[in-house]
Design a protein around this ligand. Structure first.
Ligand SMILES: Nc1ncnc2c1ncn2[C@@H]1O[C@H](COP(=O)(O)OP(=O)(O)OP(=O)(O)O)[C@@H](O)[C@H]1O
Ligand SMILES: [Mg+2]
Length: 233
């Protein structure tokens, strides 16, 4: 059984339907990417999985539990972590306090930040007292991922983690996500616009167009023809 399984999911903003009959199955332990041009519904899809958008019809099953109508805070406790587009760290709080926010979402709330987090993100240890808003974009993204990891998730959903980030840090983020996946066995779903990043990071892909998944498979089979048809601008 897939770790995350969406069946026939439809989501609207008010009267306007945005997702149509979305089917998506993510297996435990894999890295999957969601691709698609601007405005096709990628963010809406992730927000629906964590419960920030209401599902009109269809079902979402996570780790054998039906969660379609489960409140967001409980989905976080079940082990779903969401790292939103634009990162949304709290700019006036210190790096340390931003990290602590991540722990509040966990089921068994840890008392202190485990040293392990700094093995994945050594940079953060040097900046613990700094205001989050003073970090560079890439550092803020790493802070957001670290915060997500501190909720002790089974799956991490990341919305365009490389958006507006310099190439050297993009490379670092790719390596860190692979390590988190490999060493902690955490399943990763990442929305991406950078095709090369997605190809290198993920084993599976889903392409969205106009609110539906129109193609999916192994990233080895993500052909230039598919990229041209659905992803090229
Ligand atoms: N809060 C909202 N209210 C109404 N419509 C919205 C809202 N948020 C998004 N939409 C619309 O829903 C559709 C899907 O938006 P969504 O943000 O999910 O797309 P996306 O694929 O993440 O786009 P991008 O690549 O720009 O991040 C778009 O047509 C958008 O205009
Ligand atoms: Mg988006």
């Amino acid at each position: 059984m897939p770790l995350l399984n969406l069946t026939d999911v439809t989501v609207s903003y008010g009267q306007t339907p945005v997702l149509f009959n979305v089917d998506m199955a993510v297996e435990k332990g894999e890295i999957a990417c969601i691709l698609g041009r601007n405005g096709v519904g990628k963010t809406t899809l992730l927000r629906s999985v964590i419960g920030l958008n209401k599902v009109m019809s269809g079902s979402i099953v996570f780790d054998a539990d039906e969660i379609t109508k489960t409140p967001t805070y409980l989905r976080a406790r079940y082990g779903i972590s969401f790292i939103p587009q634009g990162r949304e760290i709290i700019p006036y709080l210190s790096v340390l306090d931003n990290l602590k926010l991540g722990m509040t979402a966990a089921k068994n709330k840890p008392k202190k930040i485990s040293e392990e987090i700094f093995e994945f993100f050594p940079m953060l240890k040097q900046h613990l007292k700094r205001q989050g808003g003073l970090l560079s974009g890439g550092q803020q993204q790493q802070l957001a991922i670290a915060r997500g990891l501190l909720s002790n998730p089974k799956i991490m959903l990341l919305d365009e983690p490389t958006e507006g980030i310099q190439p050297s840090i993009v490379q670092e983020i790719e390596e860190t996500l692979k390590r988190i996946n490999r060493e902690k066995g955490i399943t990763v779903v990442v929305v991406e616009q950078k095709i090369d990043f997605a190809r290198q990071l993920a084993q599976k892909f889903f392409i969205m167009e106009k609110g539906s998944v129109v193609a999916n498979g192994h990233t080895a089979d993500l052909t230039d023809a598919l990229v041209h048809k659905y992803l090229a601008v």
